[in-house]
Design a protein around this ligand. Structure first.
Ligand code: ZN
Length: 318
């Protein structure tokens, strides 16, 4: 009988689980709330209980599983199966995730960071078409990324490969949480888009709904900016979108020139702006790439939405 895969997407508010076939079809899925109280000490025991509860519910045995894979925030030691510095989970000290989950479930366990795992998911069952060379970037609260080359995730010497959010796109730009300036994350995350809007609004003199709303002290989201640009043709909002997509196209261009993947996939909340965003990033990407890359590397939108995490996590178990 074919073995199953169990994928887990651990986030700051929910833990998502899915049981998949070896070919990546989701057969069961469920989720629990993430209890981050008491230094996040309930998280791993809750995960173990939930797995064991659902296996008995579905009348399944640990031997039927090829393994469990999990995506997590924080810094991951893939070999040791440990996590540290996942501040939205209150995990500030080293967490022995792999050894505890293997002990508690009797199933082999693999772990990687959430952006890497989402990259695996999009590459396997989403926009990546299961090609060997795919780059994924997620534009959310921050900007994360994952790089798959020759079918393998790249980790780098310190586990930092694929940290596309810290690619410098403006040497004199905004300060980043990492300590340097002008990182892609400072201008292309959900908060980054709003930051660019505020900066451009200061110098902007013409009529604009976006400017009026910012001047009124209203809360503006990146979604508002993209909607005002696309639906209303708001002049300032269009300038913001142009600047953000310039930065994204610059980063994608340099990734393309360096790695020449078959696709660079854009996901995360900001990518809900869809083709309006993608086509503009692609235009700048073409400006910043040399001909062979321009013609072979495609800029695509993510297809799996929030299932990329569990699907990619499950693929870790293969
Ligand atoms: Zn940075």
């Amino acid at each position: 009988m074919d073995k199953k895969l169990l994928g887990i997407d651990l986030g700051g508010t929910t833990v998502k689980f899915a049981i998949l076939t070896e070919t990546g079809e989701i057969q069961q899925k469920w989720s629990i709330e993430t209890n981050i109280l008491d230094d996040g000490s309930h998280i791993v025991p809750d995960i173990i209980d939930s797995i064991n509860h659902h296996l008995s519910l579905y009348d399944m045995k640990p031997e039927q599983f090829m393994g469990i894979g999990m995506g997590t925030p924080g810094s991951v030691d893939v070999e040791a199966g440990t996590v540290i510095g996942a501040y939205n989970l209150n995990w500030t000290t080293l967490q022995q995730v792999k050894s505890e989950i293997e002990k508690g479930t009797k199933i082999k366990f693999s772990i990687d960071n959430d952006a890497n795992v989402a990259a695996l998911g999009e590459r396997w069952k989403g926009a990546g078409d299961n090609e060997p060379d795919v780059v994924f970037m997620t534009l959310g609260t921050g900007v994360g990324g994952g790089i798959v080359m020759n079918g393998q995730l790249l980790h780098g010497i310190a586990g930092c490969a694929g940290e596309i959010g810290h690619v410098t796109v403006d040497p004199n730009g905004f300060e980043c949480t990492c300590g340097k300036r002008g990182c892609l994350e400072t201008v292309a995350s959900a908060t980054g888009v709003v930051r660019v809007a505020r900066q451009l609004a200061e110098e902007y003199a013409g009529g604009s709904k976006l400017k009026a709303r910012l001047d009124n002290g209203e809360d503006i989201t990146s979604k508002d900016v993209f909607e005002l640009a696309e639906v209303d043709g708001d002049d300032l909002a269009l300038m913001v979108v142009d600047k953000v997509t310039f930065y994204l196209g610059l980063a994608c261009g340099n990734i393309g020139n360096t790695l020449n993947p078959s696709s660079i996939i854009i996901g995360g909340g900001v990518s809900a702006a869809g083709e309006f965003l993608r086509s503009r990033v692609e235009n700048y990407f073409k400006e910043f790439t040399f001909p062979q890359v321009r013609e072979s590397t495609k800029i695509k939108l993510a297809e799996l939405g929030n299932e990329a995490g569990v699907i990619g996590a499950a693929s870790l178990a293969k």
